[in-house]
Design a binder for this molecule. Sequence first.
Ligand SMILES: Cc1cc2nc3c(=O)[nH]c(=O)nc-3n(C[C@H](O)[C@H](O)[C@H](O)COP(=O)(O)OP(=O)(O)OC[C@H]3O[C@@H](n4cnc5c(N)ncnc54)[C@H](O)[C@@H]3O)c2cc1C
Length: 418
Amino acid sequence: MTRTIHIIGGGLAGLSAAVKFTAHGDDVVVHEATGFAGGRCRSYHDAAVGMVIDNGNHLLLSGNRAALGYLREIGAEGHLIGPANAEFPFVDFASGEHWTLRFNDGRVPFWIFDPARRVPGTRALDYLALARLLWAAPGTTVGDVIACKGTLYYRLVEPLLLAALNIDPPRGSATLAAAVIRETLAAGGRACRPLIARDGLSATLIEPALAFLQQRGATVRLGHQLHTIRFGTRRVDALDFGGETIALANEDEVILAVPPYAAATLVRGLDVPNEFRAIVNAHFRIDPPAGQPPILGVINGTVEWLFAFPGRLSVTVSAGDRLIDTPREELAKAIWAEVANLTGLRAETPTGLPPWQIVRERRATFAATPAQEAKRPGAETAWRNLVLAGDWTDTGLPATIEGAIRSGNRAAEIIASR
Ligand SMILES: Cc1cc2nc3c(=O)[nH]c(=O)nc-3n(C[C@H](O)[C@H](O)[C@H](O)COP(=O)(O)OP(=O)(O)OC[C@H]3O[C@@H](n4cnc5c(N)ncnc54)[C@H](O)[C@@H]3O)c2cc1C
């Protein structure tokens, strides 16, 4: 008899698990509460800018092996764009300096010995201090392990860790920072090429997965929110969706791939990360100037990263909690002033702004502190047919696409190995 794999949550963790099982011929049903798949990684048509935008700019790196494997499997690897080499242009608002970080491909970091490739104002020796993070003890913060000051910190370590951990780096978990450095800088330029979903997150990461699942007979039920899990002694007996209850056969399996706050209400006694950090994105409908790089790092501005898409410029501010209560118009004006300065563009409109949208994701990621890190559960639970997935489970990585997809793959492996 064929078993059914019920996957609760149609974000990347749930979809990646669904892709694994569908590829192996299992019956798969994805139950997603909202009217769209993708969760925190999605596109939508925005009326204010009159175009499809992403809820937030998402950056992948060429070393994100699970994410690239997932894209290969669903036939969408070609949808990512990025430079041939690991290059990151930067500008410092305070000094007006521009530079481009150019990592060499191999693991031996020749780039730190070359003033034309490394951060201006730094010496090769400065970079050695970063290695201390790789041996950081569990429970320590980045601020416990390295000095969070100096040119290298402000021009490389802070932007890298702020983007990857989504927390003010000194307070971030040193072990999560170490994981990021191990998989990026320490892995060499081949792992650090920036990759962007130029045609949108949904067109790249979500719609091809839905098409893949549909072609292989999996079911994706949108607007199908799990209300209650009915637990037996050592297994889940049934899934209650409000108007409908699905009784589980003995061989059926459940992957719970919802955010931590949703998992905590569904599973009794589950300890989960319960502090979050916001990400703020500002989108402006305007053609980027010729030669604008697809991604530009900005130091000493409110803008942290400026992304250029066809017909749109878009800004990311990580750990953006300080901006949550700023009136939207005020924020849009302040951010546009910086973007205009960076690009030399002027908006020929009565407001002086191009059509804009501000998207503030309050619970973009769990707060990557040591205390929250300690609350991340593993994938296996006390119930033999219930496995957890999601970027907040104990993946060893911060809350990222790569972490979410690894968690989905891991959930699939656990079930496959039974
Ligand atoms: C603005 C922003 C920018 C980001 N930038 C980056 C980046 O540059 N690089 C990067 O790697 N990562 C980035 N991330 C993080 C990345 O988006 C997440 O790590 C990833 O999308 C999490 O996927 P997930 O499947 O674990 O969770 P989610 O995407 O949260 O999916 C969970 C799903 O479960 C559904 N659900 C909840 N409750 C129920 C229920 N009871 N029944 C059924 N379904 C339910 C939800 O609706 C949702 O669809 C960013 C996130 C945000 C918000």
